[in-house]
Design a protein around this ligand. Structure first.
Ligand SMILES: NC(=O)c1ccc[n+]([C@@H]2O[C@H](COP(=O)([O-])OP(=O)(O)OC[C@H]3O[C@@H](n4cnc5c(N)ncnc54)[C@H](O)[C@@H]3O)[C@@H](O)[C@H]2O)c1
Length: 483
């Protein structure tokens, strides 16, 4: 018998909950979607009439919000009501790495998942399908089931029942709407076939049936961690090769192109950069490391931990290169940072390589001017844990002169006066069109461009008279030692 579905609740209105429910609401106009969060400010932003003030920037998101919001998609803090009326509840809350206690530094902190499960147990009515949308350690479904079946409830126990499913989200920030619209696959893990079918029916409104995979719940949980671990491992692999390219005279772009033609390897995710960031890769690998250690699989744990270690090393390597090229000191030197988000087309800065690199440069005494088209200065202050030197509208020059080890934000790109170097950290499209002929006139000589994303036109930069360091480009090294 088919389970009737009319109303959906999503707990957590973040980078996953918000866009995912918006896509579902746009594809299923006959269903109602209530997205709830404990963060009032976030919900206010989701409800802001001005669509450029949504809490999340993703290409295509505001257009979908305009189509669905307050029609069949509602954002609120009324968690009780949303749970009470829901046939399906997605748990989409944050699962960061634990900072203290057992498993600190590796395992996921499940306190937000636990409190969501307790709320579901308390307020739900009748039969409810509970879906893990958050990325969770293997066997968390068991924990959720336990809580649902034993926590305090408002209804009597024989009036309520649950099925727990795992339905991890594979969207990538920056392309979230496109990924949700055309997913490579939708994974549904569970025991109860009817519940799995009810969930898959929502997706079938726009996802071809052959892309919807049913697995057991543990495979589904592990597949998500594994998927992120493989992606991060690819980034660490190519970044480690970039270091070899630089000392041997090879060019990582050419190496990537050559290996990407091998159909067994494939060409995607082979761009070297300043190291992976985002809220997921590091956290999910560390989770895998914790799982392997828990089961005494130390070689497996070491293998995956290496992916994170090389990422940290790689970020430090970039800072050291900047310092070395600027004659071994950056104290009091103005350095322009282009991009703070962990990748282009998102305003998310979680685990962005820019955080560590900027902190290290400030520690070395540099005066940074940070530009990013979508990240605001308040977020950068939070990430760096250092206040910017002056307000946004003050002249950059006045704020920088004579001070060391500071940073300030700029919304525009009129920031190159007296700069010693430019360091590109995010591959925003607009950085490809900088007029280097004009920029060089304003900078201190020798003027450097450090391109950690390989996005600038090498010929144009060099023709303008700038010195260029491009990640993984060994052709810049005049003398390559023979071995
Ligand atoms: N960000 C991504 O690209 C991505 C992709 C796939 C999967 N994931 C996973 O999805 C999950 C959510 O990630 P995110 O990036 O959306 O996180 P997020 O921090 O942006 O959003 C989580 C939201 O949950 C809310 N919340 C926490 N506890 C709550 C509670 N008890 N009741 C109501 N709201 C509560 C928080 O206030 C926050 O707004 C994580 O497990 C993450 O690993 C993230």
């Amino acid at each position: 018998m088919e389970i009737p579905i009319k109303t959906i609740c999503c707990i957590g209105a973040g980078y996953v909950g918000g866009p995912t429910m918006t896509m579902m609401a746009s594809k299923c106009p006959d269903l109602n979607f209530n997205v709830v969060d404990i963060n009032e400010e976030r919900i206010e932003s989701w409800n802001n009439k001005n669509l450029s003030k949504l809490p999340i920037y993703e290409p295509g998101l505001k257009e979908l919000i305009a189509k669905t919001r307050n029609k069949n998609l509602f954002f609120s803090t009324n968690i009780k009501e949303a749970i009470e009326s829901a046939d399906i509840i997605f748990i989409s809350v944050n699962t960061p790495t634990k900072t203290k206690g057992l498993g600190a530094g590796k395992s996921s902190d499940l306190k937000w998942v636990e409190s969501s499960a307790r709320e579901v147990a308390k307020y739900s009515k009748g039969y409810t399908i509970v879906v893990e949308k958050s990325t969770l350690p293997v066997r968390t479904a068991e924990v959720i089931e336990n809580i649902l079946n034993s926590a305090e409830t408002n209804s009597s126990r024989d009036e309520i029942s649950f099925s727990v499913l795992s339905n991890p989200e594979f969207l990538a920030e920056g392309t979230a709407i496109n990924d949700l619209n055309n997913p490579d696959r939708v994974l549904i893990g569970g025991k109860n076939k009817q519940a799995m079918t009810a969930l898959s029916n929502i997706y079938k409104a726009w996802v071809p049936e052959e892309k919807i995979l049913f697995t057991n719940i543990w495979s589904s949980e592990l597949a998500k961690l594994t998927s992120n671990a493989f992606l991060a491992q690819r980034i660490s692999s190519i970044n480690s090769i970039s270091a070899i390219c630089e000392v041997t005279g090879a060019d990582v772009k050419e190496v990537s192109r050559a290996i990407g033609k091998d159909s067994r390897i494939g060409s995607k995710f082979l761009d070297s950069g300043p190291g992976f960031g985002g809220s997921c890769f590091k956290k999910d690998i560390l989770n895998l490391v914790y799982l392997a250690e828990y089961f005494d699989l130390y070689e497996v744990a070491n293998f995956w931990e290496g992916v994170v270690k090389i990422n940290n090393w790689h970020q430090k390597r970039i800072t050291e290169i900047v310092i070395k090229k600027l004659f071994g000191t950056i104290s009091g030197k103005k350095i322009i940072i282009l991009g703070f988000a962990f990748k282009a087309n998102t305003n998310d800065t979680r685990e962005s390589a820019a955080i560590k690199i900027c902190k290290d440069l400030i520690d070395e005494g540099a005066n940074l001017v940070i530009h990013d088209p979508k990240v605001n200065y308040k977020q950068i202050e939070k990430d760096l844990k250092i206040k910017q030197t002056s307000k946004e509208n003050d002249s950059i020059e006045t704020s920088i002169k004579g001070q060391i080890g500071q940073w300030r934000f700029s919304k525009n790109l009129d920031i190159f006066d007296n700069a010693h170097a430019i360091l590109i950290l995010t591959e925003w499209e607009e950085y490809k069109y900088i007029e280097w002929q004009n920029v060089v006139k304003k900078m201190v000589k020798p003027s450097w461009v450090f391109d950690s994303r390989s996005i600038v036109n090498k010929k144009e930069v060099e023709k303008a008279g700038l010195r260029l360091w491009r990640l993984g480009d060994g052709s810049q090294e005049k003398e390559v030692s023979s071995f």
